[in-house]
Design a protein around this ligand. Structure first.
Ligand SMILES: [Zn+2]
Length: 82
């Protein structure tokens, strides 16, 4: 599933499962908010201690699997959830 990056909360609200918004502070991406690829709920991915993001914004990749409370888990690799 493609992780479509959006820029505003409204776009994220209207987006499909798997969509992602980057929260940027002082030119650094501090967290991602994603529509869970499994259930579509919003989930926050904190990049300050749990995850490392590389390749943003063209081929975003997280160094560890994301787990959501619905039971879904997967990895973001080169802009694709697997
Ligand atoms: Zn979920």
């Amino acid at each position: 599933m493609n992780a479509t990056f959006v820029e505003t909360w409204d776009e994220l609200d209207a987006a499909e499962r798997g969509a992602v918004m980057a929260c940027i502070r002082e030119d650094e991406v501090v967290s991602l908010v994603a529509r869970c690829p499994g259930c579509g709920e919003m989930t926050t991915i904190d990049l300050e201690d749990q995850f490392k993001l590389t390749g943003f914004p063209t081929l975003p990749t997280l160094d560890a699997p994301v787990r959501h409370s619905c039971g879904w888990s997967g990895k973001l690799t080169n802009g694709v959830w697997k």
